[in-house]
Design a binder for this molecule. Structure first.
Ligand SMILES: NC(=O)c1ccc[n+]([C@@H]2O[C@H](COP(=O)([O-])OP(=O)(O)OC[C@H]3O[C@@H](n4cnc5c(N)ncnc54)[C@H](OP(=O)(O)O)[C@@H]3O)[C@@H](O)[C@H]2O)c1
Length: 104
């Protein structure tokens, strides 16, 4: 699997990982035009908000734990968006995976 790391500060090159410091939206738009399977965005709130227009599916992992405080799913404010539930899986330990299509 080809891996990309988006960063405005990192400079070192890592084995088998492409470091990208240019506009994430342009890069993902370009990746979508290339041959290959789906793109998995794994990150926190800032990058997810920047790339929100390119996110087609949201997979939420729900853990049976109340943290009390933490990093929000998306940073800042952005437009209200309808999600269409598609599938879910509940594990015996109470962990849930919820899949939604994003209706932009
Ligand atoms: N959602 C998931 O699937 C998932 C999976 C694993 C972990 N996590 C959680 O995500 C958390 C990280 O959240 P976070 O809110 O710190 O992540 P974040 O705000 O999205 O930022 C992570 C890093 O991405 C880079 N970045 C952000 N926006 C960018 C942009 N527009 N262009 C280029 N680079 C950009 C920044 O690196 P630079 O500062 O170097 O620019 C930043 O330090 C962790 O606590 C982890 O537990 C989430």
């Amino acid at each position: 699997m080809q891996q990309y790391v988006f960063s405005r500060t990192l400079r070192e090159n890592l084995d088998n990982i492409e470091l990208i410091s240019t506009d994430p939206v342009a890069v993902v738009k370009d990746l979508k035009q290339q041959q290959g399977k789906d793109i998995w965005l794994c990150d926190g709130g800032d990058l997810a908000t920047t790339l929100f227009s390119e996110i087609d599916e949201l997979i939420l992992k729900v853990n049976p734990l109340l943290l009390g405080a933490g990093i929000p799913l998306f940073a800042g404010t952005f437009k209200q968006t309808i999600l269409e539930f598609t599938t879910s899986k509940i594990y015996n330990n109470g962990f849930m995976l919820l899949h939604y299509q994003v209706k932009h």
